[in-house]
Design a protein. Structure first.
Length: 726
């Protein structure tokens, strides 16, 4: 036997060589050769009565049959493997058996819950015996089961742990397989950018190392990702690559050589069973009966093999017809998709226009009310001015909520991960409700467990949006009461923490029959004693945001006894250096004497921006359009330019490009009421350094200017860097 490694005097080393040889064939998708090696290994172990290697032989044969979709023989082999693992009294064998049982329940019995229990047992035992190679494989198999069970958080956790283990490098298929599984995870999360990155990496590495099984899986997932991104031509080309490897896999499984080896092994197995029965009963007649029975079984196996081959042939032909049908359907879907995209663009343009037209006058209202509130001569009108600013802020929040619902529905929300402090985030959010709190005479209490790490890494923007909507509802529906904002760790380890958040109030409460209705868009709670106005968008936004993070909102409430909204989110634990934790101090005195050009066509907005700047000692010059901004810049020297994007004669983009041709170093900050995501790349490509969205918070506006002045200026994106910026 040319492919087998001859057994030398050192039996332990010989068995390991045989195991390594079968693994090579298995990972290449050559299951018939793998089966041949494993049968030879099992026979050798039986001759030497080596209990541990008998267990290993049956185990590897079970996986060969599992790969060939022969579930009955696979299950039988795993049962024998478990039997000899118990007899061997070997911890490694026991841990391996747990992993095999997990795979058996996941693939053959479709019981992923029980499978995950066995996976956990396997991982714990491998950790106990410090077998890093076995631990790597256990994590790998757990990922497969978790993805099948759609438990994506668990799958991601084990993906991260598996990626850190160096023992995956023992065979190239493991590292490539991890990339494929990352691709499958991000595809399920509809993060197509990361899906394509991981799958492209997996395909390149698998091609370099001739890993046909991993190539088949990677091409299938990649074609699915491209299809869901509406890249139908690319998806079709990748699908053809997948079909090539799929047909090769079918050929391997249906080969006559494989069937011959399988039949020969079954003959040997049943012969051993017959001999054992004869020795036990000491009856020669029983041996004859067993031989006759074996012949019948061989005939049945041969017949079943023929039926299987015909079924595969039929399935292959039918599949070709389905592929052609899929191509026809793809063309129909492409036309329908073009119509859908046209409507989506029209909808997006409408929302962009509405956003700009509403935010521009609001900038003037909010800005002027803020300035007037600081005027000591208007103390008698302070209450009226606060009401005016509150109304404008409320209207801005309403506009942002409507636009945010549109963003969520179109799946355009980004996973913006950053490092943050939970307590500081709570304090910042609750401070923004100070006016509403005082208006309704409420008290807000912040409770953060000391067991929560100081710094976490995750999507703090999403958490802020959820908490602001929940706290806003609590403030609105509670009078003369208390509001509790809490955070406690639910589960914590070295790298991650699962936190339970809750917002509890002592307000009017919600009837149980209305629990589901309050999460519907534009639904507003009404009672005989209360009459509240609003859009009813807060809770639907909360529900959709949490759903995108694989979480859900929980509600406990009784009429007259208040309500508690709670949810759980996972975060990474951050350990930044001391220098990273030290904030940069920004001194507003640096603004004094600075010359700033304001390019803005709206007269009210000019007044607001000028007053804010001049209050801080800035020398302010106004340009009413892009051409004026170019002319003034060519004649005078400025420390910074505030550039509105939509102006007559020349807009902000055109003006910025011409100014950059004259001066590459002057900081230019974009002023826009348009959604930032729509114009971000265009802003930076035009040569601008930063963005301020109108209407803006005055403090943040001043900080942005300070950051971009000479003392704190970030590197300018030049023409050579524009490609990288995109």
């Amino acid at each position: 036997m040319d492919t087998l490694i001859s057994v030398q005097q050192d039996d332990s080393e010989s068995f390991q060589q045989l195991i390594d040889s079968s693994n090579v064939f298995y990972f290449e998708g050559n299951y018939n050769k793998s089966l041949e090696v494993n049968i030879f290994l099992l026979n050798r172990a039986l001759e030497l009565n080596d209990i541990y290697n008998i267990h290993r032989g049956y185990r590897h044969i079970g996986y060969d049959y599992l790969a060939m979709n022969d579930t009955l023989l696979a299950e039988e082999s795993f049962e024998k493997s478990e039997k000899y693992a118990v007899l061997s009294k070997n911890d490694t064998a026991t841990a391996t058996t747990y992993m095999d049982l997990a795979n058996l329940y996941a693939t053959l019995k479709n019981d992923t819950k029980k499978a995950l229990v066995y996976h956990d047992k396997s991982i714990q035992l491998y950790k106990q015996i410090k077998d890093s190679a076995g631990l790597a494989k256990a994590h790998y198999n757990t990922i497969l089961t978790a993805l099948d069970a759609k438990e994506y958080s668990k799958a991601f956790l084990h993906l991260i742990k598996a990626k850190k283990l160096k023992d995956f490098e023992s065979h190239a298929s493991y590292s490539v397989g991890i990339e494929v599984l990352f691709g499958e995870y991000y595809l399920a999360k509809k993060n197509y950018k990361l899906t394509d990155i991981h799958l492209d990496r997996a395909i390149r590495e698998a091609k370099a190392k001739d890993l046909t099984v991993e190539l088949q899986d990677a091409y299938y997932l990649y074609s699915t990702s491209l299809f869901e991104q509406n890249k139908f031509e690319e998806a079709y080309k990748v699908r053809l690559d997948y079909e090539t490897y799929f047909e090769e896999s079918l050929a391997n499984m249906g080969s006559a050589e494989m069937n011959t080896i399988s039949a020969k092994f079954q003959v040997d197995e049943y012969r051993k069973d017959a001999v054992a029965a004869a020795l036990e009963n000491s009856l020669q007649a029983e041996i004859v009966n067993n031989k006759n029975r074996l012949n019948i079984i061989l005939m049945i196996i041969a017949f079943c093999t023929l039926i299987l081959f015909l079924a595969i042939l039929y399935a292959f032909r039918k599949r070709k017809k389905l592929v052609q049908l899929l191509r026809d359907k793809n063309r129909e879907y492409l036309e329908a998709k073009k119509r859908s995209e046209k409507l989506a663009r029209a909808k997006g343009k409408f929302f962009s226009t509405v956003s700009h037209e509403l935010r521009t006058p609001l900038y003037g209202v909010i800005g002027l009310s803020t300035i007037l509130l600081e005027d000591e001569t208007l103390k008698n009108h302070r209450k009226d001015l606060k009401s005016l600013k509150f109304s404008a802020d409320y209207l801005l929040a309403l506009i942002n909520n409507v636009l945010h619902i549109n963003k969520i529905d179109s799946n355009s929300i980004e996973d913006d991960r950053s490092i943050f402090n939970v307590r500081e985030l709570f304090e910042s959010i609750t401070a923004s409700f100070e006016y509403t709190r005082l208006q309704n005479n409420n008290k807000i209490h912040i409770i953060v467990s000391e067991n929560i790490p100081q710094l976490l890494k995750g999507n703090s923007v999403l958490l802020s949006q959820v908490l602001m909507n929940l706290i806003g509802n609590a403030c609105k529906f509670t009078e003369d009461g208390n509001i509790y904002v809490k955070a406690y760790p639910h589960q914590i380890n070295d790298d991650t923490v699962l936190i339970d958040f809750s917002v509890q109030d002592t307000g009017m409460g919600i009837a149980q029959e209305k629990f589901s209705a309050i999460f519907d868009e534009f639904s507003q709670l009404e009672t005989n004693n209360y009459s509240y106005q609003g859009t009813g968008l807060g809770l639907p936004i909360v529900k959709k945001l949490l759903s995108q993070s694989d979480s859900q909102i929980r509600l406990q409430s009784q009429l007259g006894r208040g309500s508690t909204f709670s949810f759980s989110l996972p975060y990474e634990i951050s350990h930044p250096s001391k220098t990273e934790m030290e904030p940069i101090a920004l001194d507003v005195n640096l603004l004094k004497g600075k010359k700033i050009l304001v390019a803005e066509d709206n007269r009210i907005n000019q007044t607001v921006t000028r007053k804010i700047l001049e209050k801080n000692g800035v020398i302010c010059t106004i340009a009413e359009n892009g051409q004026q901004a170019i002319n003034v810049t060519s004649q005078e020297k400025f420390d910074l330019i505030l550039m509105d994007l939509n102006m007559p004669i020349k807009n902000g983009f055109e003006a910025c490009k011409e100014i950059r041709a004259m001066n590459e170093n002057i900081p230019i900050v974009a002023l826009t009421a348009v959604e930032v995501e729509e114009v971000r790349n265009e802003i930076y490509l035009a040569g601008m350094n930063d963005i301020v969205v109108k209407p803006y918070d005055v403090t943040k506006f001043i900080q942005t200017i300070l950051v971009n002045l000479d003392t704190f200026k970030r590197p300018l994106i030049t023409k050579n860097d524009q490609k990288a910026a995109v």
